[in-house]
Design a protein around this ligand. Sequence first.
Ligand SMILES: Cc1cc2nc3c(=O)[nH]c(=O)nc-3n(C[C@H](O)[C@H](O)[C@H](O)COP(=O)(O)O)c2cc1C
Length: 328
Amino acid sequence: MSDKERLSPDYWTPEGARPRLFLAPMEGLGDRFFRQAMSELGGFDEACSEFIRVPKNAHVASLARVYNSIETAPIPIAAQIMGEDLDHVAAMTIELVNRGAPRIDLNCGCPSNTVTGRGAGSSLLRTPERLHDIVKAIVNVSTVPVTAKLRSGFEDTSLLDENLLAAQDAGVAFITLHPRTKKEGYAPPARWDLIARAKEILSVPVVGNGDIICVDSALEMLKQTGCDALMIGRGAAQNPWIFHEIRAHFASEPSPRNAQGVITFIRRFQSLITDVMPVKTQVNKLKQLVNFLFGSCPDKRKELLRMRCSDPSDLADVMVLELSGETR
Ligand SMILES: Cc1cc2nc3c(=O)[nH]c(=O)nc-3n(C[C@H](O)[C@H](O)[C@H](O)COP(=O)(O)O)c2cc1C
């Protein structure tokens, strides 16, 4: 049985015509507290851990401990690996599968120079043969589906086709494409035409990712690219209720932005970070969210970011108060 066949048709259309919805991995922003608060709000079908870096000479069993397969239960959470050494990624795969990972994803997109300098993350996009070999090393030892998350290239998109086909030939069950190069970072609009290109040349399913921020952009991505499923990252930090809105659209139900849902998310997030990190870090974490949640109200955002507070719950209260205005 191939990896692709292990993912049933139900996997791709969980409820009739609705596409599968993935919460994107976001190291630093989408940490375990964010994911847990998001999963309690629900709406998405699957999450993915941020990358677990596997350097050469790593003690993989210790590194694998950061992965918790029941963190977002009952929503499944895949484990993402980032590495450049065949033996180490294989060893990490075995560890993560033993820890209950339902899917192993290879990171081929991280732009960090520290990582790319060592040949991992987006650096793999410079050498499709190497990308193939790394995926193969994971597929060879994995008893669960293996997938890859790619950017559209390193410097430019000239190797896109080769990279996509290399991952497919090595046995991935599907590919997620974030259509920006490493050089582009996060700035220019994501090139959805490249997701359409991936659909054209691949036989494995393609998950479209990049710049989905509302129901309309989700529908537009599906229409323009023909992708099989959607992955949302920053759009979920801007509006944690976005997955419910997309679901409501496909269920032909009204789907207003639900401020109450966002408030529940903030309260839960704040309670999860309380007592597990220094107060200053808690405030910084909440301010990181302010940047996204209040992105469309620059004045309000500035005011909240300037707020001095020795108690993080004060900041959470003000955020909630501001959002409560939307519920009235
Ligand atoms: C703060 C941050 C951290 C990220 N960390 C990861 C990561 O650990 N693994 C990964 O594959 N992609 C990572 N990404 C990329 C996102 O998963 C996603 O591909 C990208 O943000 C585009 O999707 P979006 O427009 O929906 O945010 C990160 C993005 C951001 C903004």
